[in-house]
Every structure is written in C-alpha cells, then in structure tokens.
Design a protein around this ligand. Structure first.
Ligand SMILES: [Zn+2]
Length: 220
C-alpha cells in the first residue's frame, strides 16, 4: 500500500516510525507537489533515489559504460533512479550513467527535453548506426558548470538501442535530439564535449574551471 502524506517539507521521502518501510511512504509538500515524481513513485511502488552528478575534471567521467546483457532488477532500478536524477535537476536535457556517481555504470542514457517533462527516452546500449551531414550547435553539460561551446556533430543520425524493457528499436534523429544523443553516447565512451574543442578553447575553459575549483576549495 502506498501512503501519501502531506507536510511542510518539499518533496522527499521519509522513513516513518512504527515499522513502516521507506517503500510505503512518500512525503509531499501540499503547495509544491511534484505530480510527475509522485506519479512515477506510485507507478513503481517504491522509492527512487538520485545520483550525484560527477563534475569535470572528475576522472570517473572517463569511464566507459558497460554493455547491458539483461534488464534485471538492478538495471531497472538504475534507469528509474537516472530519470529521478534527471527530473530533479534543473535545466537537464539528458544524463548518461557514466556521469553519475555509481559503481560500474551500465551503457544507459536517459533523455527528456520536453517542456512538460513527459517524453522520457531511455537508450540501453545505444549506438549510432548511420550518420549524415554536419551541424554545429552550442552545447553545455550537467558535469561541466558554466561552459557552453559550439560543437560539430552529425546532422542526422540513426540510432539503435534497447528500451528500458530490453526491446530493441531504431530511430532517426536530427536537430537537438541528434546533438543530445551524440553528447550522451560520448559520455558513455568516456568523453566530454570539451574533447571536441580546439586546444586553445579547451585550455581557456580548463583554466577557468581550475580557478573556480580553487576558489570554492578555499571558501569551504
Ligand atoms: Zn554532458
């Protein structure tokens, strides 16, 4: 049974007293109810967790996503938690498992840049099987704060992947979706978008980030 409680805290789950398990309880602010999160919770019947998003230049961002052979309970939970992380992060279009602080990240990316956040797309073992044209769009990354640069990408791509249930599918993408998929598949190959920049631009950004990190280390 799922019990929905209201109190004055923002959306969060709590362990309740009296032997209730965390899986049975969700606590929601009565004025700030996040229906999407609530709906997802009710659908899965269990609590979801969020991952910490790794920040460049964390060496873990260089890990490669391991090939998923079976959608078992662990992989399903990772997918749910990745969407949870995605939806609870402001201005997030997509996330790859390798940019999240989890051990042995699988080859999974979650994407949803719809205004209503109601068009989730999960790619398991996503692979670009055909591409055409060239396109340059500005990119940013949840793992690289404050850096936005134009990156050359294929204009149109055909992607092959499995969905969250393990069903294979292919689709064609262009524009923002094509950019997004290429950016995320790079992550799953241990790359970040800065790797596509000229040495000059890259050096400038690296220097700024190093300075920023030094300042924040000093202030903590
Ligand atoms: Zn990124």
């Amino acid at each position: 049974m799922v019990q929905v409680l209201y109190n004055h805290n923002s959306l969060r789950r709590e362990k309740l007293l009296g032997g209730e398990t965390e899986a049975n309880i969700i606590t929601v602010h009565h004025l700030d109810i996040n229906l999407l999160q609530l709906r997802r919770f009710l659908k899965t019947g269990g609590p979801m967790a969020t991952f910490k998003i790794l920040q460049y230049p964390d060496p873990k961002l260089r890990r490669k996503g391991h090939h998923v052979t079976e959608i078992d309970a662990r992989i399903s939970k990772i997918i749910d938690d990745m969407f949870e992380t995605h939806y609870s992060t402001k201005n997030c279009a997509a996330l790859a498992a390798t940019q999240l602080d989890m051990p042995d990240p699988p080859h999974i990316t979650v994407i949803d840049f719809s205004d209503q956040k109601n068009s989730p797309l999960c790619l398991v073992n996503g692979e670009i099987i055909a591409s055409a044209g060239e396109y340059e769009l500005e990119e940013g990354c949840m793992s690289i704060a404050g850096a936005y640069e134009k990156v050359k990408r294929a204009e149109k791509i055909t992607v092959s992947a499995m969905d969250k249930h393990g069903k294979p599918f292919t689709f064609e993408a262009d524009g923002f979706m094509a950019k997004c998929v290429q950016h995320e598949l790079d992550h799953l190959d241990g790359k970040v978008f800065l790797d596509h920049l000229s040495a000059l631009k890259r050096g400038r950004i690296d220097k700024r980030i190093t300075k920023m990190l030094r300042q924040s280390a000093r202030s903590t």
